[in-house]
Design a protein around this ligand. Structure first.
Ligand code: MG
Length: 170
């Protein structure tokens, strides 16, 4: 008798962008990075975490983080996006899901992201309950093209894979 899978892998994609402003800290992947500008937003504007959160929510058919954590709600004013990510994991678990891995790319002309990636992976791995080998974070520039190239902001892409109960089985 062949084994019957009770869970199926599902994937989700997330994208986010935030604008640079003066006078705010730059927080990426939970790490505060010294820079001339920070990112504007209602929360700490951690563009990487927002993309990852949307990827996880997308994989389980949930609405985006703007729906779950509205930028009109004072409860989320200045909140660490690591906390939002932990709340997304609560949503995932409530749906019966298990995170398999995430992968992501930051697109920024400046500052240099590379030296901070190990720390970001550590923080995100802890928040997501994943080993470092399942937390992908890459960084690239936009070759001086477009809004990222002009250093007007930072963009991020992410994908997530989750294991969910196979609905055909229930
Ligand atoms: Mg955002």
């Amino acid at each position: 008798m062949s084994p019957v899978a009770s869970h199926i892998p599902l994937t989700g994609i997330g994208y986010d962008v935030h604008r640079f402003v003066v006078g705010r800290p730059l927080v990426l992947g939970g790490v505060t990075i010294p820079h001339t500008h920070g990112l504007d937003g209602h929360s700490d504007a951690d563009v990487l975490i927002h993309a990852i959160a949307d990827a996880i929510l997308g994989a389980i058919g949930e609405k985006d983080i703007g729906h779950h954590f509205p930028n009109t709600d004072p409860a989320y004013l200045g909140i660490s996006s690591v906390e939002l990510l932990k709340q997304v994991m609560v949503v995932l678990k409530a749906a019966g899901g298990r995170l398999v891995n995430i992968d992501s790319s930051l697109i920024a002309e400046a500052p240099k992201i590379g030296p901070h990636i190990d720390k970001m992976r550590e923080i995100l791995g802890s928040a997501l309950g994943l080993p470092l080998t399942r937390v992908g974070i890459k960084a690239t520039t936009n070759e001086r093209m477009g809004f990222v190239g002009r250093e007007e902001g930072i963009a991020a892409f992410a994908v997530a894979c989750v294991l969910m109960p196979d609905l055909q089985m229930f």
